[in-house]
Design a protein around this ligand. Structure first.
Ligand code: SMO
Length: 756
């Protein structure tokens, strides 16, 4: 493994800033998203959704809708039959899993749940007709105080004794709002049923095409080999496109029933209503500390909402939040309990960070609270508790294994680059001058890249080298990064590599793009497949050049045997021959093709330190994040430009969550924030001055040494901002504030102090 990493690090492309190959197409409007695709005779679906958060479906009147010109069918649970009861969550066998229904059957359990679907020849007709479908729902009381669907406990050490002996106990309760994984492109799906071939093709805006195929096979009771799922260009996902949805399944069903290509173009409001949402947990933490601020023991209670059905990764946010604790700090005595409850809302699932932000928020709020109450500087209390750089691999008391890192150095760099000590020194004087200002730190560690991923590398007859991945892409620059990895292993140029992803027919079965796994795991899979492919190609070239394999050198164009006379073979010629020469084809395993499934030794734990400085308008409570200094450790970096893009995007998204974003259901279970009029997204004006830095501690657990970075902004940024705002408001007696940090909330907190 070390050999491999040395090889990669010494060569040319990995580590280099390279512009994204994807961008010419995307920025010139030539991208191809599901909605750009048209099929002859295509028809449209529009959903009729429940207006009630819970109720019994007593009747559905479709007559008026059916009479609208252009309407071909109005589908209901009754029409679909048993399809409506298919459970797709196969990972949770010992669990009472909330049912997945393609269309609501007998009961509706959330506002926005699809109850009927109109299929029409135009989208306008489908929309008109959908508004004429009458659904008779008898309201039922909302689920309340239901027994948890899920519970898990992590315990280590004698917690009671540690708390009894503690000099001090810091306590916080953090209520995370639900937030929406707002992708630029809403969910969209199109399906075509080829009756003659009995082949279903589904184009979906998804981050997990292979899993979508498996789920569709279960739901539709079709053999997987009869289904092809294609994710063309995907305009962002953030966890919101990690699951199959009822709407996707309905589109496929409708295509099979009507024998016409069917498309659904989801609206923004439909995403707010019925796409999965993130966060939402309420977390109570107690941290026992000694008089010097050393962490002795942690108690945490995590209470997570699960919504009304459970997608594949429904439990991951809570599980991640819990298993990461106590994060980057030494604290071996823990008692952590997690519960998940069903609620009459949209389903909850992973959202960029998926539990990592909550773990960071808990530890960072506890660290600040302990520091304030003990009169220790927040940077200093962290310094005293961080896991030492020589302690890796490090076992967390939750049973997790941290691969590598240097947390004290992250803190030290962020501290010096943010001029933390100067800020603290000047703070009292600025406050005397009526300024409301603060500084906040977050040190985080985040597990990235669980499980396995697949890769296939092959040489096509036209000489094209194709690197196919079971992972997929939603705009991260995967084609570029993967081409860099493959080009290094083949000693060629990234431009020479065609990266295939997102189509189950042309890529090996894989997991997909989520949980910051694509470079660490998907990239390592490609590296391994490419190395095998390279040796196979060299053996083949040696035969054709009548040389020993040791004599065959790789050149950017192909192969060369330098002595006794220079002989060359291009990739083009090899491709041509390798597919046409019977002897070569048979000896070299059907042309040149390697397939591998890669499983890393363990997760790669990224880490970082963010320091935010904020100011608050004393009159209005308007928060300005002045500056964020962020030192990140993503292990071996394949393309620094892509990493910075991920950091910036994640930072903006984390900042939105910290300052603005919030999904609101009223007491009656109605969604109040169903559009951008009511759900506030961060805008350019909210962006602070940014200063990025990095350290690189390679992961010893995967072949590339890479770690994830896609979610890091959502992990580290919110806690740094909250800590900075609580610091700014500390003269007003504020000791905690939950996100989003709206001016209203901040202003109110400042007034409360005045009236006392
Ligand atoms: S929240 Mo991510 O797409 O694992």
């Amino acid at each position: 493994m070390d050999r491999t990493r040395d090889q990669v690090l010494r060569t040319q492309w990995v580590g280099r800033r390279m512009r994204r190959f994807e961008d010419v197409k995307l920025v010139t409007g030539k991208g191809s998203f599901v909605d750009d695709l048209r099929l002859p005779d295509g028809v449209w679906v529009e959903f009729v959704r429940s207006n009630h958060p819970r109720g019994r479906v007593k009747g559905i009147n479709t007559a008026e809708a059916e009479a609208v010109p252009g309407v071909l069918a109005v589908l209901t649970a009754e029409v679909l039959g048993p399809l409506c009861e298919a459970g797709v969550n196969r990972v949770l066998p010992d669990l009472r899993v909330l049912p997945f229904a393609v269309l609501a059957h007998e009961e509706v359990n959330a506002v926005g749940q699809p109850v009927a679907a109109v299929v029409a020849t135009t989208q306008a007709a489908a929309v008109d007709a959908a508004s004429l479908v009458e659904i008779d729902i008898e309201p039922l009381p909302l689920w309340q105080d239901e027994e948890p669907i899920y519970r898990h406990h992590w315990k280590a050490g004698d917690v009671d004794a540690a708390f009894a002996s503690a000099a001090h106990v810091a306590r916080v309760t953090i209520a995370h709002e639900r937030v929406a994984p707002v992708a630029l492109e809403p969910r969209t799906a199109m399906a075509f049923w080829d009756e003659a071939e009995e082949l279903l093709t589904v184009w979906m805006s998804t981050q997990t095409p292979h899993r979508a195929r498996q789920d569709l096979a279960v739901i539709l009771n079709l053999d997987e080999s009869k289904i092809r799922v294609i994710a063309p260009d995907v305009g962002g996902a953030f966890g919101g496109k990690a699951s199959i949805y009822p709407e996707d399944a309905l589109v496929a069903c409708a295509a099979m029933k009507l024998k016409r290509p069917v498309k659904w173009r989801g609206s923004r409001s439909e995403d707010f209503l019925a796409a999965t949402q993130g966060r939402g947990g309420t977390i109570k933490g107690e941290l026992a500390v000694d008089a010097q601020g050393k962490f002795l023991a942690l108690r945490a209670r995590l209470d997570y909402p699960l919504g009304h059905w459970m997608p594949y990764s429904a439990l991951m946010p809570g599980k991640n939040a819990a298993r990461i604790l106590p994060g980057p700090y030494v604290c071996n005595t823990i008692d952590i309990a997690l519960e998940g409850r069903a609620e009459n809302t949209a389903a909850m699932n992973i959202y960029r960070g998926a539990g990592r932000p909550e773990a960071a928020m808990l530890m960072e709020r506890l660290a600040d609270t302990a520091a304030r109450e003990l009169g220790i500087d927040p940077a200093e209390i962290r310094r005293r508790n961080l896991i030492a750089a020589d302690a890796f691999p490090y076992a967390l008391p939750t049973g997790e294994r941290l691969d590598s890192g240097d947390y004290p150095r992250l803190l030290q760099l962020a501290r010096s680059q943010s001029h933390y000590d100067d800020f603290v020194r000047m703070r009292a004087a600025r406050r005397k001058a009526s300024e409301v200002c603060g500084i906040g730190i977050c040190v985080y560690t985040e597990p990235c890249g669980q499980g396995w991923e697949s890769a296939e590398v092959r040489l096509d007859p036209n000489g094209q080298i194709v690197a196919a991945t079971g992972s997929s892409a939603q705009g991260q620059g995967r084609e570029t990064a993967y081409a860099q990895i493959v080009a290094d292993a083949l000693r060629t140029r990234p431009e020479a590599i065609a990266v295939a992803h997102g189509d189950t027919a042309t890529t090996p079965t894989g997991i997909g793009a989520l949980a910051s796994r694509s470079t660490a795991i998907g990239g390592s899979a490609l590296l391994k497949a490419t190395e095998e492919f390279r040796e196979k190609a060299r053996r083949c070239a040696a035969r054709l050049l009548q040389a020993d394999i040791e004599q065959v050198e790789l050149t950017p164009e192909g192969f060369e045997v330098p002595v006794p006379v220079r002989r060359k073979l291009s990739w083009y010629d090899l491709g041509r021959i390798a597919h046409a020469d019977a002897e070569i084809v048979n000896d070299f395993d059907n042309g040149l093709r390697t397939h591998c499934v890669y499983e890393s030794e363990g997760e790669a734990w990224s880490s970082g330190c963010c320091i935010a400085t904020v100011s608050i308008d004393a009159e209005t409570g308007v928060l300005t994040v002045e500056k964020i200094v962020w030192i990140d450790d993503a292990g071996v970096v394949v393309n620094p430009m892509l990493v910075e893009g991920q950091m910036m995007g994640g930072l903006a998204q984390g900042l939105g969550e910290a300052m603005l974003e919030r999904i609101v259901y009223d007491e009656d279970g109605q969604l109040v924030t169903a559009s951008f009029m009511d759900y506030a997204m961060p805008r350019a004006v909210h962006m602070p001055e940014l200063q990025f830095g990095k350290i690189e501690t390679p992961s010893p657990f995967n072949d590339l040494g890479a770690k994830g970075v896609g979610e890091a902004g959502n992990v580290g940024v919110p806690a740094a901002i909250v800590n900075a705002v609580v610091d700014a408001l500390s003269p007003f007696g504020v000791t905690h504030m939950d996100m989003p940090l709206t001016s209203e909330k901040i202003w109110t907190a400042m007034q409360a102090d005045k009236t006392e």
